[in-house]
Design a protein around this ligand. Structure first.
Ligand code: PXG
Length: 442
């Protein structure tokens, strides 16, 4: 283990930390040095129960031996190979394995390295597909308020979180947004999918009327919005979006970077919510967080449409140096094996009623104004302090960390998404720490 004193004598200044209050952090750093199963260890030797699977990604728990071994083995056999005009077997194997667990006819896989890249890839594929079909006027994208689709210019533009947008000018043009589905009056303390809100999907009709269907390439939504503080889709909402997209020839993209790989109690949110998208973006749980990797799954019709013209032409001028990186493919295959062997998607579904009861037991806790849950995800929303949005949840995050629990704070919601290997006693422990901390916050 690294020597703590050694770590702290290093200057903290050169590293510009992402999505972090750098000056605040560097004044009082929190350092993780080890991870195993459900726990991190800090540089001062404390065990931290990981309530957020790293960052919604370590779905099978930390340090899975078979995944580590697969990465190690691959690194020594072949560290890197380009994916441009050359292949390596693991990439094809992983694509096949993914297709076998994806719902419906999502039969083709494009690899990238982060959720952000997968999202931008899916947007570019939408444009190229419509163009190939002779509908090149379809260039507009519809996202949703409070949506998060990563940090590329495309993903930032279709995303709907104001702090992520306001520093970056116009971004991608020709984007509009559906309303978000958060409504405390109608839906507070819903268990699972709220019963109110399907009609919000009809706003897509308004946007079609405003822009005309012939200008709209795709709608992109997270089946369950995670980063904005866990917004579970109202019943029938996603079905309605699907119907309207069908009616007007608009592609429907599900961004499943968080909801993929068992998180909501099925392989993908599409399966859980029973709605078939035209594309799915995935990342995070794809390699259990061990090596960066993401992918876009597209329906076979999209791929077939693109595979026209002389066979020597490159059909899609897009890709990354590290697309289908051998280490990531090895990690992905080993991860899918773990999910399957340990039946983790079903484990999540089986545990979710216990989880739901546990998180909703916090209903009477001080300042709590909403609790939302699905699968092994929960959002616990607290009233904001006057003039200080986010301060209460930040204090909650810091105090929980000090008491041995890692969670994610988003505005004044705290988000929980533990690994799917969590035991009931660990769920109880999460609730115990949270209840104590929240009740002690002013
Ligand atoms: N789409 C969705 C739905 C995501 O949740 C991305 C795209 C981007 O993935 P990359 O790999 O480019 O980060 C994400 C990422 C949070 C939090 O606070 C969530 C994410 C990332 C960082 C923080 O909940 N999700």
């Amino acid at each position: 283990m690294p020597d703590t004193a050694q770590l702290l004598v290093n200057d903290l200044n050169p590293y510009w930390m992402p999505f972090t209050a750098n000056r605040q952090f560097k004044a009082a750093p929190r350092m993780l040095v080890k991870a195993s199963g459900m726990f991190y260890t800090t540089d001062d030797g404390r065990e931290i129960l990981d309530g957020i699977s790293g960052m919604w990604c370590v779905n099978a728990g930390h340090g899975r031996q078979t995944i580590t071994d697969a990465i190690r083995q691959q690194a020594s056999q072949m560290d890197y190979a380009t994916a441009f005009q050359i292949g390596h077997p693991l990439a094809f194997e992983l694509a096949n394995r993914l297709v076998s667990i994806l719902p419906g006819n999502l039969d083709n896989i494009f690899f990238a390295n982060s959720g952000s890249e997968a999202v931008d890839t899916s947007l570019k594929i939408s444009l190229a597909y419509h163009r190939a079909r002779g509908e090149g006027t379809r260039t507009r994208f519809i996202g949703r308020e409070r949506g998060y689709h990563g940090v590329g210019f495309g993903g930032t533009a279709v995303g709907g979180i104001v702090n992520n947008r306001k520093q970056f000018g116009n971004m991608l043009g020709g984007v509009d947004h559906l309303p978000h589905t958060h409504n405390l009056e109608k839906n507070a303390f819903s268990r699972g999918q709220p019963s109110w809100g399907a009609a919000l999907a009809d706003d897509l009709e308004r946007l079609v009327d405003l822009h005309h269907a012939s200008t709209i390439a795709a709608v992109i939504v997270e089946p369950m919005a995670g980063s904005t503080g866990v917004l579970v889709p109202p019943r029938e909402y996603l079905n309605r979006l699907r119907e309207i997209c069908n009616q007007y020839g608009i592609l429907l993209i599900f961004d499943e970077v968080i909801t993929g790989f068992g998180r909501v109690g099925a392989a993908f949110g599409a399966e859980k919510f029973g709605v078939q998208p035209d594309m799915i973006t995935m990342a995070k749980g794809l390699t259990n967080g061990a090596v960066p990797m993401s992918a876009v799954a597209v329906k076979s019709d999209i791929y077939r449409t693109m595979m026209t013209g002389p066979p020597e032409i490159i059909e899609l001028f897009h890709g990354y140096t590290y697309s289908a990186h051998p280490l990531a493919c090895a990690a992905g295959l080993a991860t899918l094996d773990v999910y399957e062997k340990d039946n983790l998607f079903k484990r999540c579904a089986d545990l979710s009623p216990y989880w739901e009861n546990a998180v909703h037991s916090l209903r009477k806790t001080k300042n709590v104004i909403d609790i939302r849950n699905i699968g092994l995800v929960a959002g616990i929303e607290m009233a904001s302090r006057e003039g200080a949005i986010g301060a209460r949840a930040y204090d909650c995050f810091v105090q929980c960390f000090n008491q041995g629990l890692l969670l994610r704070q988003i505005g004044d919601t705290v988000a929980l998404a533990p690994s799917l290997i969590i035991e009931k006693e660990q769920i109880d422990r999460i609730i115990e720490i949270l209840e104590n901390v929240i009740n002690g916050l002013d």
